[in-house]
Design a protein around this ligand. Structure first.
Ligand SMILES: Cc1cc2nc3c(=O)[nH]c(=O)nc-3n(C[C@H](O)[C@H](O)[C@H](O)COP(=O)(O)OP(=O)(O)OC[C@H]3O[C@@H](n4cnc5c(N)ncnc54)[C@H](O)[C@@H]3O)c2cc1C
Length: 392
């Protein structure tokens, strides 16, 4: 990160008269507001959210909501109790860090402290055909309505979202094809060897790995190799990217996401970033990392709020990363962070399917993945960074 922009020191936020603006509408936003109020901040708290609904949770969107088991993904967020000035359907479009003003689609808002929690946007492929993505409650309800028995559903991408969507589509009676560029499902995230051990779970889905998609057109999905796959529903799950374009004219430093230190502070005084939009310094990784997981958005909120209250001192946040995925009737839980050069050890069940994977470097455990092994997660989290055989 480049040198800090702002005064040498920053006075603590005035707990009674200060003005905090939070831009976002997800978990990180809800948690920052709750922590600020818990820490006795009584000043003006404004939330600017692009969606029309109060901040909500996203993991249920590809699980219970998509499966029709519930219709919302509400988070605890009591506007009255939190005394939040909630501006929904309002998008932040520019930031002037000199005058400490956020420009939105509904006018300008002045702040003393600003939290940026704008999440990430799904990537899509070229073409004129209809591609559904899965990021918002509306997306989930729209896709749910399309997953009718017999529908030809093409899921592009066999990573986390693709696997969860394929799971629900199959159980909804759809005819599901999944196209994956990599050699195995989840290979981009977990490597080919671990991904291969999940193949058996895809029984009932036409899983085509090593398949590149050129575009999505009105007549179907056009493969790079030339074939066209007709589809009633195309779901594109090829990853997300934080939208930081609206900060281009501000002094806030961005790379893939918004660069922060371990206290969620950006290079600009008074401005923090957290959750999926942040590219936070990780001393584990020795690099700035975008950590697009629920646990990161949740836990970083405490530290981000503390930085808002007291800019110059406070706790740091650099936990062992954790995420989970529910797919094909299994719960996958991952802790740690592995690199492509790490050695992987895969444990399989008697039927050959994945039971556990461990990654190591120089004999030290860098990451652990368990399948239906919730009771082992806490031990794994403690073991990361220690000897590989600690979990034997
Ligand atoms: C379908 C789905 C399933 C998931 N499942 C899991 C899982 O099983 N396990 C796991 O660990 N993680 C999962 N995640 C990831 C997890 O939900 C995210 O890490 C988390 O939601 C990040 O929270 P956030 O508050 O940073 O961002 P978000 O929840 O994305 O919220 C960002 C909000 O900011 C708003 N916004 C964006 N730009 C602007 C702007 N300029 N002005 C105003 N508002 C703006 C957006 O509209 C959005 O409401 C899943 C995510 C999705 C989408």
């Amino acid at each position: 990160m480049s040198a800090a922009v702002g005064p040498a020191t920053e006075a603590p936020l005035d707990l009674a008269e200060g003005r905090v603006v939070v831009v976002g509408g997800g978990l990180a936003t809800a948690r920052v507001c709750a922590v600020l109020r818990r820490k006795k901040f009584r000043g003006a708290l404004t939330v600017v959210g692009a969606e029309d609904v109060p901040p909500y949770d996203r993991p249920p969107l590809s699980k219970e909501v998509l499966a029709g088991e519930r219709d919302d993904a509400a988070l605890p967020f009591d506007v009255e109790k939190l005394a939040v000035d909630l501006r929904l359907g309002t998008r932040a479009t520019a930031l002037d860090t000199g005058s400490r003003t956020v420009t939105t689609t509904a006018g300008q808002i002045a702040y003393d402290r600003l939290a940026l929690a704008t999440g990430a946007e799904p990537l899509t492929l070229p073409g004129e055909g209809r591609q559904l993505t899965l990021r918002t409650l509306d997306d989930s309800l729209r896709l749910r309505a399309a997953l009718v028995p017999g529908a030809r559903v093409v899921v592009i991408g066999a990573s986390w979202i693709g696997a969860e969507v394929a799971t629900v589509a199959r159980t909804s009676g759809c005819r599901v094809t999944c196209l994956e560029y990599g050699p195995e499902p989840l290979a981009g995230a977990l490597g080919a060897e671990v991904g291969a051990a999940t193949r058996a779970w895809w029984d009932g889905v036409d899983l085509r790995t090593g398949t590149a998609v050129a575009s999505v057109e009105p007549d179907g999905v056009h493969l790079a190799a030339g074939a066209v796959l007709p589809a009633d529903v195309v779901v594109t799950g090829i990853g997300v990217r934080p939208d930081v374009s609206w900060l281009a004219s501000s002094q806030v430093e961005t790379d893939r996401g918004i660069l922060t230190d371990t206290r969620c502070r950006t290079n600009v005084h008074g401005v923090v970033a957290l959750g999926d939009v942040a590219q936070r310094w990780s001393s584990h990784a020795g690099a700035h990392r975008v950590v697009e997981h629920w646990d990161e958005a949740s836990t970083s909120a405490t530290v981000a709020a503390m930085s808002l209250l007291s800019w110059d001192d406070g706790p740091a946040h650099d936990p062992v990363p954790y995420f989970w995925s529910d797919q094909h009737g299994h719960k996958l839980q991952y802790v740690g962070s592995h690199g492509p050069e790490d050695t992987v050890t895969v444990d399989r069940r008697t039927d050959g399917s994945l039971a556990r994977a461990r990654w190591s470097r120089d004999g030290l455990l860098t990451a652990w993945l368990g399948v239906d092994a919730t009771k082992d997660v806490v031990a794994a989290r403690t073991a990361v960074g220690g000897p590989l055989d600690a979990l034997d």
